[in-house]
Design a protein around this ligand. Structure first.
Ligand SMILES: Cc1cc2nc3c(=O)[nH]c(=O)nc-3n(C[C@H](O)[C@H](O)[C@H](O)COP(=O)(O)OP(=O)(O)OC[C@H]3O[C@@H](n4cnc5c(N)ncnc54)[C@H](O)[C@@H]3O)c2cc1C
Length: 421
């Protein structure tokens, strides 16, 4: 069996490990347009800030490819997929496959702003992006980060740690608007300000100015902000380039069934490029987070090798830290509608904020700021969609734990069985 995987990140690595659980002999070829050994993408900001070395960024040990019998073709881009002939087109020749995985991840959204081609403008999703930024990020430099989402905020954190004077812009009236509510966003913003980040919300860049090199940005409010570095971080979108001309169906991401197989037999997709099942929304959605990419890849790999497996679904979950402030968020954390029940506990003095969202006596989301101990239990309750009616008043307690569960549920949790066993 010839397995070909396009991509070399969480989803592809999950697929290698999934294939090898079932098939020890088939040949596996990984094609990656990046030349590097597989690395953990979330660590790129830590590399910029000198918190990790290139070796420490590895997502798997150096001998991973050899141990798993993988032919790694680094720096080799897949140009197209010919599903009729079952080949992947590359500039160096076509590569035949029996089973193919598309794991091409995300690419940055770049807005149509004049001047973005000037030297000093970067995106922030690849190792090469931060390698270039590292050459110029130094004390005395000024940066503008366009976008206060997770990637923009991680970029800002790293730039400040490099001694760069950093301003973050966002069209929204709050930072991290896709994962935080207004109150939590205010608290994180205030914390980041104490560490030296400046913010301009309800604002964005309308023009990047300078000769060859960027020297300033013109803002929507007509003010001009001098700067040497511009980071474009307004979001990511599934990287569909390689399948655009094929008959593989896609919506926002590639459409897949519960085995992660696309509309074309023997072609699978996993990770940020695909639309997997979202347990909470009850439909197919792009879930661009690393654990989801790995799990989908692992299921795809096993399915490609013939195992009867299914992706049970995922949901949004983020565990991040910004300037030492830890936060975990999951699911539907900022809902609208009277069907949701919301519990909040706040102590702004020690920057703690906890919010739990329920629907029909089931936990469907949470925000935990600077008090993340109960994240695992809450995530489990979301995944299982457990009925929490009997103990829901305890969920928001700082000391909430299995002790508050009904006795049979508690016993099941502690013994790994089912309630009633
Ligand atoms: C700065 C940053 C911080 C993040 N922090 C977190 C976090 O804290 N927690 C979290 O869960 N997630 C985080 N993420 C998101 C996480 O990194 C992604 O969800 C995850 O990497 C997706 O894995 P993937 O395998 O689907 O795709 P990707 O990691 O995007 O990898 C796809 C790979 O395919 C390659 N490729 C694309 N097209 C081709 C082609 N035509 N031919 C050959 N190769 C190709 C790409 O170069 C890339 O190497 C972060 C992302 C960034 C950028």
């Amino acid at each position: 069996m010839k397995y070909v995987l396009i991509g070399n990140s969480a989803a592809a690595i999950g697929a290698v490990e999934g294939i090898r659980k079932v098939d020890k002999k088939g040949t596996i070829t990984i094609l990656s347009d990046e030349p590097y050994h597989t690395y953990s993408r979330p660590l790129i900001s830590y590399y910029l800030a000198d918190k990790v070395t290139e070796d420490q960024m590895r997502y798997r040990p150096e001998d991973f490819y050899a141990l798993h019998g993988v032919q790694f073709l680094g720096g080799r881009k897949a140009l197209a997929v010919k599903t009729g002939e079952k080949t992947v087109v590359t500039a160096e020749g076509d590569i035949p496959y029996d089973k193919l995985l598309i794991a091409t991840g995300s690419k940055p959204i770049v807005p149509p702003v004049p001047g973005l081609d000037r030297e000093g403008v970067y995106t922030f999703i690849k190792f090469d992006d931060v390698k270039k930024i590292k050459e110029v990020a130094a004390p005395g430099k000024r940066a503008v980060v366009v976008g206060a989402g997770l990637i923009g905020m991680k970029a800002a954190e790293a730039l400040v740690q490099c001694g760069v004077e950093t301003t973050v812009l966002d069209l929204s009236d709050r930072i991290l608007s896709s994962i935080l509510d207004t109150r939590a966003a205010e608290m994180v913003k205030a914390h980041a300000e104490t560490k030296g980040v400046a913010f301009k919300l309800n604002n964005t860049v309308v023009e990047v100015r300078g000769d060859n090199k960027v020297s300033s940005v013109l803002l929507k409010d007509n003010n001009e902000l001098p700067c040497d570095i511009v980071i474009v971080a307004i979001g990511v979108t599934p990287n569909l380039d390689v399948i655009k001309e094929s008959d593989i169906k896609y919506n926002r991401g590639i459409l897949v069934d519960e085995k992660m197989q696309t509309s074309v037999p023997d072609v699978y997709a996993a990770g940020d490029v695909s639309e997997g099942y979202d347990l909470l929304y009850g439909g197919q959605r792009v879930l661009p987070i690393l654990p989801n990419a790995y799990m989908q890849g692992e299921i795809a790999g096993q399915a490609m090798a013939g195992a009867e497996v299914q992706f049970g679904g995922g949901f949004a979950f983020n565990a991040i830290g910004l300037f030492g402030l830890p936060m975990n968020t999951a699911g539907i954390a900022n809902p609208e509608g009277s069907e949701y029940e919301i519990m909040v506990d706040e102590s702004s003095q020690d920057k703690c904020y906890r919010k739990i969202v329920l629907k029909n006596d089931r936990v469907v989301g949470f925000i935990l700021l600077n008090s993340i101990d109960r994240s695992g239990i809450l995530t489990g309750l979301i995944r299982e969609q457990a009925d929490v009616k009997a103990f829901k008043q305890d969920l928001i307690r700082q000391d909430f734990g299995y002790i508050h569960f009904a006795p049979d549920v508690r016993k099941a949790k502690l013994t790994g069985g089912k309630a009633g066993d």
